[in-house]
Design a protein around this ligand. Structure first.
Ligand SMILES: [Zn+2]
Length: 272
């Protein structure tokens, strides 16, 4: 179908003829609307400046201004974060027999490539200090988390502390093997979610880690931190404000995990 404006004229023999221009009455070519506001803006700019500036200059200015006007208000994209040059971390291993961490080791290597275990496939967070963000939320001592979680963690903790919730201490990033099978010396062999800055411990002195604990009771054995006493200041509770707010921010609470471990201080995205 022809578009635009129809013109009538007579040929030399007196026949009435008609043609359709490809320019509509408002000066915009039919079909141009689908290009959107950028082209309209360009045409406006061109009609204003064409007398003084070359077409190429106007097109460039219109393009840049148009992008600024129509594309600018986007949130920061992940791609805009610079890939670090180096990956640095201090690794430790939890020894079950000694009940303490051993084998402290400092690692430094170029960021690319990372070894398989150095990046968490679930969150994309890494063991590298360069991928951690230090959060300072008084009166808590500063702690580090993976940059991907830093905004949520800052927001939820700031709100909870402003409400007067009893949060005395938070630990985040800590590169430690504290999961998985034991080697011959009683060392754990799998990195914790803390190693990626993807887990947080709240008030360890009031929210211990227990094993032999399919459901909480006197037979559970405290292996790290202080005793969990629901109702006491700083001990977390399933229906309390702190666990609820963290759950809404996308974190699962270690007090609700399945199996023999109950880690009442612990929050992570995966629940491990
Ligand atoms: Zn933890």
């Amino acid at each position: 179908m022809p578009g635009g404006e129809r013109f009538h004229f007579n040929d030399p023999r007196g026949n009435d003829l008609a043609i359709w221009s490809d320019v509509a009455r408002d000066g915009v070519r039919p079909g141009a609307q689908r290009v959107g506001p950028l082209l309209l803006y360009y045409r406006l700019m061109r009609s204003v400046y064409l007398g003084n500036l070359s077409k190429a200059t106007v097109a460039l200015v219109a393009l840049l201004l148009g992008q600024a006007l129509f594309d600018a208000p986007r949130p920061a994209r992940a791609a805009e974060r610079q890939t670090p040059a180096t990956c640095t971390y201090e690794a430790q291993t939890w020894n079950v027999a000694l009940q303490r961490s051993v084998n402290a080791q400092r690692v430094v290597h170029p960021y690319s490539p990372l070894a398989l275990e150095e990046q968490d496939p679930v969150t994309g967070c890494t063991v590298c200090r360069e991928d951690q963000e230090i959060l300072e939320i008084p009166p808590l001592a500063p702690f580090a988390v993976c940059y991907r979680f830093a905004p949520q963690v800052r927001a939820v903790l700031t709100a909870l502390i402003r409400q007067g919730q009893p949060i005395f201490r938070v630990d985040g990033y800590r590169v430690i093997r504290s999961r998985g099978p034991l080697d011959g010396d009683g060392n754990r062999t799998v990195l914790s979610n803390h190693a990626y800055g993807a887990a947080l411990d709240f008030n360890p002195e009031q929210n211990g880690l227990y094993d032999q604990c399919p459901s909480f009771g006197p037979d559970c054995r405290l292996v790290r931190g202080g005793a969990w006493r629901p109702g006491a200041p700083g001990s977390l509770e399933q229906h309390g404000m702190i666990v609820k707010a963290m759950r809404e921010a996308g974190f699962r609470w270690g007090g609700e995990r399945e199996g023999n471990l109950k880690d009442f201080m612990h929050f992570s995205v995966t629940g491990d």
